[in-house]
Design a protein around this ligand. Structure first.
Ligand code: GAL
Length: 692
């Protein structure tokens, strides 16, 4: 204990910050591991056997009632928690905690039949129906009211039950593009509020003088139709904000209700990491953010011939770095235990891959990981989905054994008793943030100007480079303090305002190192071009002016040169007029602007501003720019090949190999190996304790 307090203090000194302690998890547990169970799918006389098996494999919690609304409220207003009480008691008898769910993703049939207005309507007029899931409209007041009633009953029943560790709301709540008349009404209300009931303000914001789009009254406004390709994109921007707010508000209300009746139980939801959807992190009542992640489903995003059995090397890392910064911790609700049922081709994961993913989740600083699901279903849509045990309910699957192995490894490492934030200084010194706002991609993707441009792929070029340096990375939003980071990257941040530009100025002037990239601050927050020289909002920061931007055909890309090397580009290139104190790092090699600058850097106050006006085809230029910046700042970095990642937590280095060949990791001097070996095989894991 003493040692862990000392190490925590030491870590805070290293980081220069004090981490807010959340009350639910204990640093020394490293991670808890759990598994989903649906008691309503199985005969009651098998429950005890199943919970015993979970316990035997080392699981510490289970997860109930996610899709059980029909069993919890078989008739309107008649609740039945008896069966669930039994399951909770049996799980508890085996020492398993329970995550309770709100089951709003699966309204019972009586609800859809009695109140058909709750059903989600698609743009083509199709009204969804009972028989699947996620068919109710978040905008429907009736659906909301009945959800809240059911949740309140559940919360009254389990809110003060110490066997329930926390709550999961809904299931993978997404942003709905719902044409239910209630959604249209709600959209109008959203706009009335946003524009202070003043239709002229809305007309100004949406530029409705263009093409006679002007409105006389809020009631004339409808939901934008995607079928109309030239639909007003200022309207679409507001519509997307509205759609995300519907999901966020529904979750927020659910969380508030539970908290009125619960004591010390956390409330979360299990988001799919669809970063650009814009809802993740948008419900302030959620205690922290959690995600679900599936790694192997047929598409080969992995490395080499067998990569489709291992998965994309940064898929979990990026989710970690996106979800953790909101509240400093995160959990993973669903991690695939084996084959899934829904991919184009559903292969077996490579032996070792399930354990690799578990370690990948852990490496980013999570507090728990959970798997979907314990038993393979015998009926229903997901019959071919693997579980921790197979179709007989007792045979442990290969993925089940990998979970067991991971759990045992973690239990052994708990004995070390080292605080979460103990990380070596050479790692934390490399820390960088990527400023992210989903609205930028909404806006850019509507007016790409080059069909080969991809906003998220642009951001990933910087992210991938940072991960190859072995740098800790946080995706942050504008609510965060930039001064926590020596380096902040602001990629393609199209929507901005003077206040934000001033914050960036202040950050740099006070010693921060800002990297701004092309397409930044071209528009205001409504998506309009400010009445000034194109792109000039950031001139005071970069010291440059932009002469113009150019776009090339993908089959005939251009080149830029930096430090004697050449890089290809075609999606977006800004031709810069450098200011007096700008140093030119890269210039164009072709066209009528041959020799003109593409990348500049300059000192601003105590910090620096680097401007990357071009998007390269393969990310090598972005990597080179960041490498040069770290070099000038004299911050040593690593050079990990794509496929290998390294992170630290709890005084442990964790190295993961998603590559198709073994990787020889240069172990820091005097480090002790805790797990694995320095020659890390494909899907292998190395865990070590650095010196001290
Ligand atoms: C997830 C979903 C789960 C289950 C799983 C199957 O997206 O949240 O409920 O359907 O997929 O892989």
């Amino acid at each position: 204990m003493k040692r862990s307090i000392l190490s925590a203090l030491f870590a805070c000194l290293l980081l220069g910050t004090t981490q807010a302690q959340q009350p639910w998890f204990n640093d020394n547990d490293l991670t808890l591991t759990g598994t989903y169970y649906y008691p309503e799918h199985w005969p009651e006389d098998q429950w005890e056997r199943d919970f015993k098996k979970m316990k035997e494999l080392g699981f510490e919690f289970t997860h109930f009632a996610e899709f059980a609304w029909a069993q919890l409220e078989p008739e309107e207003g008649k609740y039945d928690f008896e069966w669930l009480d039994k399951a909770v008691a049996m799980a508890h008898a085996q020492g398993l905690k329970v995550v309770m769910c709100t089951s709003t993703a699966t309204p019972p049939v009586w609800l859809s039949r009695k109140y058909p207005e709750i059903l989600l309507k698609q743009e083509d007029g199709t009204v969804l129906d009972h028989g699947a899931r996620q068919h109710a409209s978040f905008a429907s007041p009736v659906y909301r009211e009945l959800s809240y009633k059911m949740i309140e009953e559940l919360a009254k029943h389990y809110g003060n039950d110490s066997r329930i560790m926390g709550w999961q709301l809904d299931n993978e709540p997404a942003v709905q593009f719902d044409y239910n008349p209630a959604a249209e009404e709600a959209f109008r209300d959203f706009l009335r509020q946003k524009y202070d009931n003043n239709i002229q303000s809305l007309n100004d914001a949406w530029g409705t003088a263009f093409w006679s789009e002007v409105y006389a009254d809020f009631n004339e406004i409808t939901l934008p139709k995607t079928a109309q390709m030239f639909m007003n994109h200022h309207q679409i921007l507001d519509y997307r904000r509205f759609a995300a707010s519907q999901t966020n508000d529904f979750l927020n209300e659910q969380a508030k209700l539970i908290k009125q009746h619960s004591n010390n139980q956390w409330v979360i939801t299990n988001y799919i990491p669809n970063y650009e959807e814009g809802h993740i992190g948008g419900s302030p009542e959620l205690d922290f953010q959690c995600y679900t992640r599936y790694m192997v489903y047929g598409d080969n995003e992995g490395i080499g011939r067998r990569g489709y059995r291992v998965g994309n090397p940064l898929r979990i890392a990026l989710a970690n770095d996106f979800f953790r910064p909101f509240q400093g911790t995160y959990g993973v609700m669903e991690l695939q235990p084996g084959q899934v049922n829904w991919g184009g081709i559903n292969p077996q994961p490579l032996p070792g891959a399930v354990r690799l993913w578990l370690w990948s989740v852990f490496a980013g600083g999570s507090d728990f990981v959970c798997t979907y699901r314990f038993r393979q279903p015998l009926y229903g849509t997901e019959q071919y989905h693997y579980g921790i045990v197979g179709t007989d309910g007792v045979t442990v699957t290969p993925g089940g054994y990998e979970f067991e192995q991971f759990i045992n490894e973690i239990k052994e490492l708990r004995k070390r008793n080292v605080a979460r934030e103990v990380k070596p200084a050479d790692y934390t010194n490399r820390k960088a943030a990527i400023l992210f706002n989903h609205e930028n991609s909404w806006s850019i993707e509507r007016q790409k100007q080059n069909r080969t441009w991809n906003t998220f792929a642009h951001i990933e070029k910087y992210y991938n480079a940072l991960k190859s340096f072995g740098a800790p990375v946080d995706f942050i939003n504008e609510s965060k303090d930039l001064s926590d980071y020596p380096i902040v990257i602001v990629p393609a941040y199209q929507l901005a305002d003077e206040a934000l530009v001033d914050r960036w100025m202040e950050y740099a002037k006070n010693g921060g190192n800002l990297v701004l990239t092309c397409r930044t601050a071209h528009k205001d927050r409504y998506g309009r071009l400010p009445e000034r020289r194109f792109g000039s909002m950031i001139d005071k920061l970069t010291g440059n002016e932009m002469e113009f931007y150019d776009l090339l055909l993908p089959e005939d890309p251009g080149k830029v040169t930096m430090d004697g090397k050449e890089y290809t580009w075609n999606t977006w290139g800004e031709v810069l007029i450098p200011g007096k104190d700008s140093k030119v790092w890269a210039s164009y090699l072709d066209e009528f602007y041959e020799g003109k600058p593409a990348i500049t850097t300059r000192q601003l106050g105590k910090g620096t501003v680097t401007y990357v006006g071009v998007d390269s085809n393969n990310g090598l230029l972005e990597k080179e720019v960041l490498q040069k910046l770290y070099g000038e700042l004299q911050i040593p970095i690593m050079d990990l090949p794509y496929g290998v990642t390294m992170e630290y937590r709890n005084g442990m280095g964790i190295v993961l190999n998603y590559g198709d060949t073994p990787y020889d990791f240069p172990l820091p001097k005097n480090a002790t190996i805790l797990l694995g070996e320095t020659k890390i095989p494909t899907a292998g894991v190395l865990v070590f304790a650095p010196k001290g």
